[in-house]
Design a protein around this ligand. Structure first.
Ligand SMILES: [Fe+2]
Length: 338
């Protein structure tokens, strides 16, 4: 009767959804409110549907929400996809596809996200869409953002510089790259920490680091360290959270710089990669795990790699000051860009 199984593999904890019974598939496939025009109705509908997901799936998501895991990632594999997706073109501009007129992938993101917290977006990114297309953009091949392709996307926590960063990041794969070479890379602090000396840990726990504002938030010059000062590690000394951006973060003293370099080397030696396939939904614990992407070669033929991304916060109230009532878009302004 119970269709879903949780399989801790050597690396990633995987929930295999491919054996879902038709009743469960229908939770994702049955039409409902429009996620872009009736956003709140859509999210509430998805949350109610998620209550009916198999118990094993809900249990795994609850455990991941409450205590995470050593990898800081959870992969749902084989989720249903939009009918006709195979002929829907990947958006060339990295924006929302006007040709995608069913919302199964959005429902997968919202249903899974509802068990981890609440979906939010940021006004500076992709018009504040809650469901954002990530696809290679012509002319951006070497840019450190989701439109890049032919250069490695360096390790980062999502929106380190922001006062209301997401606790979880969700990536749903609609289409892998042509060559099936692109890997979503990740590294957890649980794996990197044992490689750091006590001296370096002490430094990383101090506010000796200045981060930068993301390219996608308007920092198009890629100016480093124009954001706030903060510690890299925080929380429990033996099970810390981390703030890290390989590209935009700088240390404020030579000793702090050496500790940051040691963390960079530790991340480079423990990171792992996942090749996401159609129907895979990767949940990333954004407080414990940094992520990036290997390079790949786009063709711009309408069938390039295409992911959808959503952000999840545990507490909507924290960002209420920078949101309009009844909206999920966080509108915090940043003055330091330049
Ligand atoms: Fe990212």
């Amino acid at each position: 009767m119970l269709q879903a199984t949780t399989m801790p593999t050597a690396d990633v904890q995987i929930i295999d959804c491919s054996g879902f019974e038709s009743e469960t598939m229908d939770l994702f496939l049955a039409p409902g409110p429009n996620p872009y025009r009736e956003t709140e109705a859509f999210l509430f509908d998805c949350e109610m549907r998620a209550d009916e997901m198999p118990r094993a799936v809900r249990r795994s998501l609850l455990e991941f929400q409450v205590r995470s895991n050593a990898e800081g990632v959870l992969l749902l594999r084989g989720l249903p996809i939009d009918p006709g997706l195979y002929r829907t073109q990947t958006p060339l501009d990295g924006r929302r596809s006007i040709h995608k007129t069913t919302y199964v992938s959005e429902r997968c993101l919202a249903m899974v996200g509802s068990r981890l917290g609440h979906l939010v977006s940021y006004i500076q990114e992709k018009n504040g869409d809650l469901f954002q297309s990530l696809a290679p953009v012509k002319g951006s091949e070497r840019v450190q953002s989701s439109g890049g392709s032919q250069t490695r996307l360096q390790f980062h926590r999502e929106t380190v510089f922001h006062p209301y960063p997401p606790e979880f990041l969700l990536l749903f794969c609609l289409r892998p790259d042509h060559d099936r070479l692109a890997e979503t890379t990740y590294a957890s602090i649980a794996h990197a920490l044992p490689l750091l000396s006590d001296e370096h840990r002490d430094l990383l726990f101090q506010p000796l680091y200045r981060t930068g504002i993301d390219y996608s938030f308007g920092n198009v010059q890629g100016t480093k360290a124009n954001g706030k000062v903060l510690p890299v590690l925080y929380g429990n000394r033996h099970d810390p959270f981390l703030n890290y951006d390989e590209d935009l973060m700088e240390a404020m003293t030579p000793a702090a710089e050496a500790a940051l370099a040691a963390l960079q080397a530790a991340i480079a030696s423990v990171y792992r990669g996942i090749k996401l396939d159609t129907g895979d939904l990767l949940c990333i614990d954004n407080r414990r795990t940094v992520h990036g992407r290997s390079s790949f070669t786009p063709r711009y033929d309408g069938f390039d790699r295409w992911l959808q991304r959503s952000f999840v916060v545990r507490d909507l109230g924290l960002s209420a000051v920078d949101r309009q009532p009844g909206e999920r878009i966080i509108r915090t302004r940043f003055e330091a860009i330049g």
